[in-house]
Design a protein around this ligand. Sequence first.
Ligand code: C2E
Ligand code: MG
Ligand code: MG
Ligand code: MG
Length: 286
Amino acid sequence: RGQYGSLTTRYNNELYERTVFHERLIGDVDAAIDNGDFVVYFQPKYQIQSERPVLTSAEALIRWIHPELGFISPGEFIPLFEQNGLIRRVDHYVWRCAARQIKRWREQYDVTVPISVNVSRVDIFDPELEKKLCDILDEFSLTPDELMLEITESAYSDSADRLIEVVGSLRDKGFKIEMDDFGAGYSSLNMLTEIPIDVLKIDMQFIRRMLLDDKKLGLVRLVMDIARFLHVPVVAEGVEEEEQLNVLRQMGCDIVQGFYFSPPLPAERFGELINQECQGKEETSC
Ligand code: C2E
Ligand code: MG
Ligand code: MG
Ligand code: MG
């Protein structure tokens, strides 16, 4: 053992505790779905090329309010559930919640707020994926363009052929595909020539540093050019400051999501936002 003995032990203990924690999370998924411990939040996206920002859509983001462990961030459990396939059940649950919410808001406010849901790269390999999504549309009487699909860029490096096939088929059905976290991975540029997408979502890390680092700013500008070339709108996520918003607007960025406008909100709070938005203006569908 020698002088490193205690270090090794501490390392092993931490590893052990982490494993126990993860086993616990895995074991609690069924109960969490049954008891409603997974809660879906909605973060608004704003069109920024109009005279004033207009609420256009939302992203559904899962939260786990564990009865004993408290709040657990998706950054903690999503990668874990991607390792063992549990993500398929969890994502299906989130998609249904999102779809139900579109229907509810339509009934409550007489307006359609399209919602983007996250689709894990694991879901791409689910042979039932398309059927699951279509069944959800049927269940809540939605059209496919109302439930948009955010696929993270990491999925694009995994298995290009499979992805091209699945995305092509989903788009044939009318689903809109957003490439999430664009620029964070490697294969993005090449994949863009192979996979038809509907929206480019630039990774938050570029937005956060673009006013501090000219190289990041240059990259953001480049993404705008790529998007124009592809004739797809750009969503900038992680916008926290007015200055970022102004620069993005000038560059021609179409849609913005971030704490500057709002953090992800529980459904009722988002409903208040829709209500506000609907008051005293004609330019939206309200
Ligand atoms: P993402 O899909 O790229 O989602 C954007 C993340 O950025 C969210 O974190 C959101 O809360 C956060 N965010 C938005 N605006 C700002 C901002 O202005 N500043 C900062 N600092 N953060 C901002 P969240 O909710 O913790 O989710 C993290 C990731 O977990 C997501 O990244 C997504 O990859 C994954 N995820 C979340 N919900 C789901 C889900 O239902 N299914 C799957 N498969 N993945 C999910
Ligand atoms: Mg996303
Ligand atoms: Mg993202
Ligand atoms: Mg992300």
